[in-house]
Design a protein around this ligand. Structure first.
Ligand code: PGA
Length: 375
């Protein structure tokens, strides 16, 4: 059962139980205070839920203010309100009851207002649509493709950051084609060493010298076919940062791991083994791409709910080490992302864009994916 459906079923069950409780406690089968107690408990749960949801979408300074209003107003406002609610000759229990009602009413009121104000507000995170061209295109084709992206870029919201990652061989030519536009350049990999006798390798400094701003690291194809381990990736990360580049660090589980329900653990380990070694400064300059291996190039996409679930989890894992800074990290989804499904996936709160393979090879499709972000 999908998590959304089970949530709906649980919601209906709670409401029915609640109504039954209301009836039973007004017919003397149950003492009336039980109904009040459950009412308070549900109110408190709703308050907490709204608070957490809103909190996660706010910037650190806004969070402080929200917490202040959320607690200061119920604290000071509940006294006069409870005096107004409680009868003159109220017993001690009636006073407590009135005070609790006042605290909850004010708290919930503020939480609801905050929730609706921030619900549809776009977060401040970068929105990124990055094209991973993999081992595709000859130099002339790559230049054509890049020119196509530049030409149509104006039709897409300027809030979207487009990045193209061609093969090494035509980075320089594509850089030339992108000149004067805001479409940025990235590479698909880099060497773990700075320079020297490493035949066939390309150093991060060489990539940077060609005008690249980003480097994809830890793509599942590199982990799978070229034996890239966290150890190598730590060294590559070092090189990337030493040369002023931004890594797009890929994480994701394979089909067996997903079916065994291990996807959370896999992704957590991939983050802990590499990202946790970054300094706070480096962490601020990091993009994460969640790419379930079973969805890459297969036409099988994760559902928007599956993407959101694990993106939110990734953000939690990042926050456990880097605190509030994790709210600023762009987390991209990758794996058979195309114009027809991008908007639904990008609409999710913790999805900040996509790392696009196949669909990045046609300028039209790549741009259409960017349109998945509402203007
Ligand atoms: P895909 O590839 O969009 O072709 O599935 C995504 C990626 O591997 O980055």
């Amino acid at each position: 059962m999908s998590s959304e459906r089970s949530l709906r079923t649980a919601g209906i069950a709670v409401s029915i139980a609640f109504l039954a409780l209301a009836v039973l406690s007004s017919t003397d089968v149950l003492p009336p205070w039980i109904f009040r107690a459950v009412l308070f408990l549900l109110g408190a749960l709703l308050w907490g839920w709204l608070l957490i949801r809103t909190y996660r979408t706010l910037q650190p300074r806004q969070r402080g203010w929200m917490l202040f209003w959320q607690y200061a107003l119920p604290l000071f406002g509940s006294l006069p309100l409870s005096e107004w609610i409680a009868p003159q000759d109220a017993t001690r229990w009636e006073r407590i009851d009135a005070r609790l009602t006042a605290v909850l009413a004010i708290g919930l009121f503020i939480a609801i207002i905050y929730y609706f104000i921030h619900k549809n507000k776009p977060n401040m995170r970068k929105k990124i649509v990055a094209g991973n061209w993999k081992m595709n295109t000859l130099p002339a084709e790559g230049v054509e493709l890049a020119k196509g992206v530049v030409a149509g870029r104006g039709e897409v919201c300027s809030c979207v950051n487009f990045i193209v990652c061609p093969p090494f061989t035509h980075l320089a030519q594509v850089a030339e084609a992108l000149k004067g536009s805001d479409v940025e350049l990235g590479a698909q990999n880099c060497a773990a060493e700075a320079k020297g006798a490493y035949t066939g390798e390309i150093a991060a400094s060489m990539i940077a010298a060609l005008g690249c701003k980003y480097v994809i690291l830890g793509h599942s194809e590199r982990r799978q076919y070229y034996g890239e381990t966290s150890e190598t990736l730590n060294k590559k990360m070092e090189q990337v940062y030493a040369n002023g580049l931004t890594p797009i660090y890929c994480v994701g589980e394979n089909l067996d791991e997903r079916e065994a329900g291990k996807h959370f653990d896999v992704v957590k380990a991939q983050i802990e083994e590499v990202v946790y070694n970054l300094s706070e400064e480096q962490f601020k300059n990091l993009v994460i791409a969640y790419e379930p291996v079973w969805a890459i190039g297969t036409g099988k996409t994760a559902t928007a709910e599956q993407a959101q679930e694990i993106h939110a989890y990734i953000r939690e894992v990042l926050a456990a080490k880097f605190g509030a800074a994790a709210a600023e990290t762009a987390i991209l989804y990758g794996g058979s992302c195309k114009p027809s499904n991008a908007a639904e996936i990008f609409a999710k709160e913790d999805v900040d864009g996509g790392l696009i393979g196949g669909a990045a090879l046609k300028a039209e499709d790549f741009l259409a994916i960017g349109k998945g972000f509402a203007k």
